[in-house]
Design a binder for this molecule. Structure first.
Ligand SMILES: [Zn+2]
Length: 284
């Protein structure tokens, strides 16, 4: 069988000593690269084998070292390239939180529909490197330090937010945030825990002595102010939505135009808060 066609090359940029970011076209997902003396760490693998092939080509312009992979969370655009990196023999260890690995196993297959245009082989589950590859190295409660030689990457979970299992990766002065931070688009609330997300962003902001550059899951790297602004905006949005929900006589969708997000993510936030409130009600 022939190799899958490569996607257009990602845009690569060195943002700190030993640290690169590659922005893939399409979903603008960021892939991080931390280059040690002995191995390199690849953060998120793209939407399928096409994007992964383009990423590997870009990575090999920087380093020939063996790769360790880490997935920030279980959304398709961050881990569907795993099988390509595993099959190429370039990576053996794939890290994620235990909950993210479980979610990939449980909900990976159903996410194939999202990549029909950009990764038709992945969408059809047909062709090389299209398996759902679930991480084999798990971050539980304690942070994990990966010594890459000359630089250490720290993998840690600060609490639920964009999903129930978001992993952060710190290296040097750079923090890779996954989709806990979103630049150039609204935060995505579909699988989120909005109230906890605000708290998690607060904990991230408290790391200001350690990190000066924050690499979002999508879009350009940002500074601390951006994270603080995203947190405050989310707090306002959650407060407005919840007060609309509390006024039983009000049609809650009336809150949508006054939320600080576009209509799609305002609705997603509203739906998510409603679902979480129902879960709570069902449990009590
Ligand atoms: Zn996501």
């Amino acid at each position: 069988m022939s190799e899958a066609t490569a996607a257009p090359a990602p845009r690569g940029e060195q943002i700190a000593p030993r640290i690169w970011v590659f922005s893939s076209p399409g979903f603008r997902v960021n892939t991080g690269l931390v280059v040690g003396d002995e191995r390199a760490l690849l953060i998120d693998t793209g939407s399928g084998p096409r994007q992964a092939a383009a990423l590997l080509a870009a990575v090999r312009e920087v380093t020939d070292l063996p790769l360790t992979v880490v997935n920030t969370h279980a959304h398709f655009d961050h881990f569907f390239g795993n099988a390509f990196f595993a099959a190429e023999g370039t990576a053996e260890d794939f890290w994620a939180t235990a909950a993210a690995a479980a979610a990939m196993g449980e909900h990976g297959e159903e996410q194939r529909t999202h990549v029909a245009d950009a990764e038709p082989e992945m969408a059809a589950d047909a062709g090389p490197h299209t398996a759902i590859r679930v991480p084999n190295r798990l971050v539980e409660d304690a942070p994990v330090d990966l010594d890459l030689g000359g630089i250490t990457a720290t993998l840690f979970h600060l609490g639920r937010g964009h999903t129930g299992h978001d992993l952060l990766i710190g290296a040097g002065e750079v923090l890779f945030t996954g989709d806990l931070v979103e630049e150039g688009a609204d935060p995505a609330f579909e699988d989120s825990f909005p109230k906890e997300w605000i708290r998690t962003l607060g904990k991230m902001v408290a790391l200001e002595d350690l990190y000066t550059v924050f690499v979002p899951g999508h879009g350009d790297p940002v500074e601390l102010d951006f994270v603080t602004t995203q947190m405050n905006k989310m707090r306002t949005a959650v407060t407005v939505t919840r007060s609309a929900m509390d006024q039983a006589s009000t049609d809650v969708t009336k809150a949508v135009p006054i939320l600080p997000y576009g209509p799609v993510q305002s609705r997603a936030l509203l739906n998510r808060l409603r679902t979480l409130a129902q879960w709570k009600w069902l449990r009590t």
